[in-house]
Design a protein around this ligand. Structure first.
Ligand code: MN
Length: 256
């Protein structure tokens, strides 16, 4: 296949670069915190089984425990009540894990206002500059928030009113739900803004995008290394049977 041959050549001569969009998983990986009366997701934990010792002289291995929605992760449609009859993470067809990426950059707006919300009109303005959102694409929202990812307090950015983190407005969620994209990827702890509990509907990205059989990707980084269009993104969640999501390796191929 000529296309795969030139892809392999591009990897070898580095005219195609692989950019890792994934945050590392460890005990301090930031987590979504819900009000205390609700169920909580578990932090990532490693439990050593053996490390070249009397429990296993030649091998090192661990058990791990974590929430499905810890760190860079994939939200399957069944995660939200609006998608309860749709796919779990193991049922998502592999062809819908790979697609062209479009990057919407609102880092400057977020710098000025951490509660910044991307609106449908902003997506339409992006489309008039760069063309219509391609069918089967990942829309990646670049906010610059990943610069805070190693400081849990700055990443959560919460005060008495709750978290102040950027996201998308209900109108943008509706617009994306009605589009042909695969899903939306963000740098924050979840695909909705920190204040989205109070939106109408609450958590509009989860409610509308997952309800439209699309996906979410979170806690991405290195989005500044992608062009506005032209990268290809591979999202690789674990096929957890009946899972609502999974920690996920997300890689981008970029032509340089
Ligand atoms: Mn999630």
């Amino acid at each position: 296949m000529a296309a795969l041959d030139s892809f392999i050549e591009g990897l070898a001569d580095e005219s195609i670069r692989v950019v890792d969009l994934t945050s590392p998983l460890h005990a301090d990986t930031p987590l979504l915190m819900l009000p205390p009366e609700m169920g909580q997701t578990a932090p990532f934990e490693l439990e050593e089984i053996s490390r070249y010792d009397d429990r296993g002289p030649a091998w090192y291995w661990n058990n791990f425990r974590t929430g499905e929605h810890t760190g860079t992760h994939f939200d399957a449609p069944v995660h939200w009540v609006t998608g309860k009859d749709l796919h779990d993470v193991a049922q998502v067809p592999p062809t819908r894990l790979v697609g062209p990426a479009v990057v919407v950059d609102c880092a400057a707006q977020v710098q000025a206002d951490p509660d910044y919300l991307l609106d449908a009109a902003d997506i339409q303005a992006w489309e008039s500059d760069h063309g219509a959102l391609p069918d089967g694409s990942w829309l990646l929202l670049r906010t610059g928030w990943s610069a805070r990812a190693d400081d849990p307090e700055a990443f959560a950015n919460a005060d008495a009113q709750g978290p102040h983190t950027p996201g998308i407005s209900p109108s943008a969620a509706r617009y994306l739900a009605e589009s042909g994209i695969l899903g939306i990827g963000v740098e924050t702890v979840g695909t909705d803004a920190g204040a989205a509990f109070g939106f109408e509907p609450p958590f509009p990205c989860h409610a509308m995008v997952l309800g439209a059989n699309k996906y979410g990707l979170t806690q991405l980084r290195n989005l500044d290394k992608l062009p506005r269009t032209g990268a290809v993104v591979v999202a690789a969640p674990l096929p957890i049977v009946k899972g609502s999501g999974s920690p996920c390796r997300v890689l981008a191929f970029v032509a340089v």
